[in-house]
Design a protein around this ligand. Structure first.
Ligand code: FMN
Length: 209
């Protein structure tokens, strides 16, 4: 049975990113995979890369050696057959928790050699998800930049952008004049289910790879 690691890099469990990640996970599960889900903001304290270069030393080449909350997550990804990872867009990028995992996951595999680029000999398919306030295609350049890195160091990566999400359940509680609350509600009821369906199908594809 294939093991897929699903990661929610949003602090809001049960909200947009988590829901889309869970749909993708359900898709993979429907195709026979076992899912190990992690909410990054609920695990033990962790940090991004601390630049110790332990992963570049002969005895642990390609392995992040820093022991904190991310260590077991990195270990699970190392043993997995696929990775689903979703994050909200925060200030034009992936969330800080996503970036910490990304730094540790990718940097351990970078060789700094011209002959061989990566220490990773267990490449796995990746589904990279970003939710945002902006329309779906707004962050394509950004997502493709991350996709290129995942493609090189983790495995073949599919991207899914889920824009114009409902950020709060009651917009009237905030003085947010740039949003049309009614429009967001309609999108939540009509477009979001379609995005969930796309995530589910991407999960099915991931498990089949
Ligand atoms: C700190 C913060 C920064 C944000 N920055 C952006 C941004 O730059 N662009 C954007 O489109 N949405 C931005 N958003 C909106 C979120 O990306 C969007 O609401 C997302 O779907 C929230 O995901 P969640 O429901 O899983 O928490 C921001 C939200 C927060 C809390």
């Amino acid at each position: 049975m294939k093991k897929i690691v699903a990661i929610n890099a949003s602090p809001r469990k049960g909200w947009n990113t988590d829901m889309i990640v869970m749909e993708a996970a359900k898709g993979a599960e429907s195709a026979g995979a076992y899912i190990k889900k992690t909410d990054l903001y609920k695990i033990e304290k962790f940090t991004g890369c601390i630049s110790c270069f332990g992963c570049k030393r002969e005895k642990n080449l390609g392995q992040c050696i820093y022991k904190d909350g991310l260590a077991p997550v990195l270990e699970e990804i190392r043993k997995a057959d696929g990775l689903i990872i979703g994050s909200p867009n925060y200030l034009g990028d992936f969330s800080a928790a996503f970036r910490s995992l990304y730094e540790r996951l990718v940097f351990q595999y970078i060789t700094y050699n011209t002959e061989v680029q990566s220490y990773n000999d267990h490449r796995i398919p990746v589904l990279l998800i970003m939710t945002s306030n902006a329309p779906d295609d707004s962050y394509m350049e950004l997502m493709n930049k991350y996709k290129a890195v995942f493609d090189s160091f983790i495995g073949p990566t599919e991207i899914l952008a889920v824009g114009e999400t409902m950020q709060v359940s009651d917009y009237s509680q905030f003085n947010w004049t740039m949003f049309n609350a009614e429009d967001r509600k309609v999108k939540q009821e009509t477009v979001f289910p379609e995005q969930c369906r796309k995530a589910f199908e991407a999960g099915v594809r991931l498990a089949a790879e």
